[in-house]
Design a protein. Structure first.
Length: 700
């Protein structure tokens, strides 16, 4: 039987429904009414003195002068507690109204509701007594209060962000939202439409750390507070009045922004720990040294200035402020209340070392975005690769031999269709710490099939499955002699093949892998394809013939594993490796016998403003693609997890015979090398000259 309302309950709820809004500043109300949960059962009042830079943005939320408030800042600033949770508490206690909160995913919405809001509501007495006593009014995503106001907690979806009207809408971690919500537009535009019917009392809040790359690396700011051209929250910031956070120097009194470029003292110290402990902030006016212990006092004295405003040492603000219906704020990491300067610098230096070691920008980008509160400039965009520069650094080496330093070989194959059908093969030798050498590059154009007059017919990877057998004889089972000892040869550790192409290629690629499985060599053969879905995972294993979830039982039935690559991220890594100009970790070596065509292929693609690598025309890019496949292949083989003090057997330095005959190579525990075999009938060709070795052999 449904529970009926009582007269006592009605008398208790009606005053809340009829009561006029309390005329309080948002920050004052949050300080008075909100308690911040501190673990199980403990809570403390929200203290505006811990993060004073959020006070002005919070107070703008109740101002009819603005339609939106934008806050850009790093993590550990207290922005979510004050701006999101605090605004919700203000709306519950002081100005009951319908509100929509959008988190970046459904899981994050659930977590925010259960771990943050539920605890905050129950530990804040003024909020707790306004919660509806009816169980159905309080669930994970929907909360109704005694005064009738409603809080919806959702995620970026057109079903959630359309139709209904809300007086207040908050978007948190905005730069992790999709740029286009279900084909209907960006989240800010959709959210703002929900508040339109409330006119000047409607408000949209957006907060986030930057997460989108700078679109134009040649950009020059036209005003002091302008943000670089990006999509996402910094684009919204530029539409607003562009406020930045300023500290007064304790030495000279002049104001400056506590930004990345005023952090000094760590640049010439190799050890990240020592360097981070030596970091300090230097006043750009008097060069006075400001230690980390002074941050809290300076934040108490800090001020927000709009674009166009100036402030003197006495605190007098002058100038013509930029005007906008959007109040926009941007602060950087050094002023963040809950992260020390030493932590900031240590994370930056560690991320830079990680980038230098393996060419991966993911960690460096995350530190710049979330810890320093800055947009990221991709390293591949800082300096354009030039084919002439790469060609000039080629070293002399005997043609198609394995240089010293190589520890194992991988081969990658691109399948070309159309009128010039062929297998394009590239062999890369990997050493320690990402250092690599281009060992070979050739085309397989002629098949083992013969015409009426006995001539070799061109290969047709889409039409003839038997043509794929050439990838065994001329690639997987092939060996390459050492440059320093031609009597010893090195086989291929693994081979990757692009499974896409014209109709028929994919099916034949799957059948080729199945044949390799029957022959017992399938663990050395990988099928690759570019992933059409953007994911955080670099490489995703799928079973397209059965299920997207790989499992041993499925593979035992003969299903073909297909590896989906995030090619844009992998190409960033290769581009970064190509930019290193001194031998060592992550350096790419080239032999001097490769022609100019190879370097043109390597540098033909360009990274667009949207972060995607594309071909500007119809030129060739096989060298670049095949180098990407090679690195994806070694990642799958566990290369990035190698402890180089004690590497696995397949990544150890090559042991060479010091005596004896070629027919009796030395016994090695895990690797065997054989004399260079004789060549057979020509099926492969270099570009542009012909070459015809064919070998058999493999790992013993």
């Amino acid at each position: 039987m449904a529970k009926r309302a009582s007269a006592r309950g009605i008398r208790r709820d009606v005053p809340g429904i009829l009561r006029a809004p309390r005329r309080m500043l948002v920050a004052d109300a949050v300080s008075q009414y909100m308690r911040v949960p501190m673990g199980a059962g403990n809570s403390v009042p929200w203290d505006p003195n811990l993060a004073p830079y959020v006070v002005d943005p919070m107070n703008c939320l109740a101002s009819r002068e603005y339609d939106a408030v934008i806050f850009v800042g790093p993590s550990r600033t207290g922005k979510t507690i004050g701006l999101i949770d605090g605004w919700i508490v203000y709306n519950v206690v002081c100005d009951p109204s319908d509100m929509l909160l959008i988190q970046m995913t459904e899981e994050k919405a659930r977590e925010h509701s259960k771990k943050r809001l539920d605890r905050t509501f129950r530990s804040s007495p003024e909020v707790a007594k306004r919660l509806s006593p009816r169980r159905n009014d309080n669930n994970v995503y929907d909360r109704t209060f005694r005064a009738g106001n409603y809080l919806k907690i959702g995620w970026p979806s057109i079903n959630i962000m359309s139709s209904s009207d809300y007086k207040c809408v908050a978007l948190t971690d905005y730069d992790r939202f999709p740029e286009d919500i279900d084909g209907e537009g960006d989240a800010f535009t959709l959210a703002s439409k929900r508040t339109t019917t409330f006119m000047s009392s409607g408000m949209t809040l957006v907060e986030s750390s930057p997460g989108r790359d700078i679109r134009d690396t040649k950009w020059r700011r036209s005003s002091l507070h302008e943000a670089p051209p990006t999509t996402g929250i910094l684009s919204l910031y530029n539409r607003g009045d562009r406020r930045r956070w300023y500290w007064p120097c304790p030495h000279c009194g002049e104001h400056f922004q506590p930004a990345k470029d005023v952090v000094q003292g760590y640049q010439n110290i190799a050890d990240p720990v020592v360097a981070s402990e030596a970091a300090f902030i230097e006043c750009p006016h008097c060069r006075g040294k400001i230690t980390a212990g002074q941050k809290r006092a300076l934040n108490q004295k800090g001020v927000w200035l709009r674009d166009g405003e100036q402030i003197d040492r006495h605190g007098t603000v002058t100038g013509t402020a930029r005007r906008s219906r959007i109040a926009s704020f941007w602060m950087e990491g050094p002023a963040a209340a809950y992260q020390t300067l030493s932590q900031l610098v240590y994370k930056l230096l560690s991320a830079q070392q990680d980038y230098e070691a393996n060419g991966s920008e993911e960690t460096l980008k995350a530190v710049i975005n979330t810890d320093w509160g800055l947009p990221y400039i991709p390293q591949s965009s800082v300096e354009q690769r030039k084919s002439e520069t790469l060609m000039a650094r080629a070293s002399t080496v005997t043609k198609r031999t394995v240089p010293d330093g190589v520890r194992f070989l991988v081969a990658t194959v691109d399948v070309q269709g159309g009128r010039n059908r062929r297998f394009v093969v590239q062999v890369i030798g990997y050493g320690a710490h990402g250092e690599r050498w281009v060992v070979d590059r050739y085309n397989i154009k002629q098949s083992m099939r013969t015409g009426p007059n006995g001539e070799s017919l061109p290969i047709d990877p889409a039409g003839y499955l038997e043509d794929w057998d050439l990838l065994r004889t001329d690639v997987l089972d092939k060996q390459w002699p050492l440059n320093s000892n031609p009597g010893v040869s090195l086989p291929v550790l693994a081979m990757a093949v692009d499974s896409g192409g014209e109709d028929g290629v994919t099916g034949n690629a799957y059948e080729f892998w199945r044949q390799c499985r029957r022959d017992g060599v399938h663990k050395r053969v990988y099928l690759f394809k570019g992933d059409s879905t953007t994911r955080s995972k670099l490489i995703t294993k799928s079973l397209p013939d059965n299920t997207d979830r790989p499992n041993r039982r499925a593979e035992a039935r003969g299903d073909v594993p297909l590896y989906l690559l995030q090619t844009n991220m992998l190409k960033d890594r290769i581009s970064n490796a190509l930019q290193r100009d001194t031998p060592g970790a992550n350096y790419v070596h080239f032999p001097d016998w490769l022609g100019e065509w190879f370097y043109d292929e390597l540098t033909y693609e360009e990274r667009g403003a949207d972060g995607k690598w594309t071909k500007p025309g119809k030129g060739a890019n096989e060298a670049f693609d095949l180098m990407v496949y090679a690195h994806a292949l070694v990642i799958l083989r566990g290369y990035e997890r190698i402890n180089w003090v004690k590497p696995p057997s397949w990544a150890q330095p090559i042991a060479q015979p010091t005596s004896g005959t070629q027919s009796e190579p030395p016994a090695l525990p895990a690797r065997s090398y054989h004399p260079k075999p004789k060549t057979t009938r020509a099926r492969t060709e270099d570009k542009p000259s012909a070459w015809a070795p064919s070998t058999s052999g493999g790992w013993v």
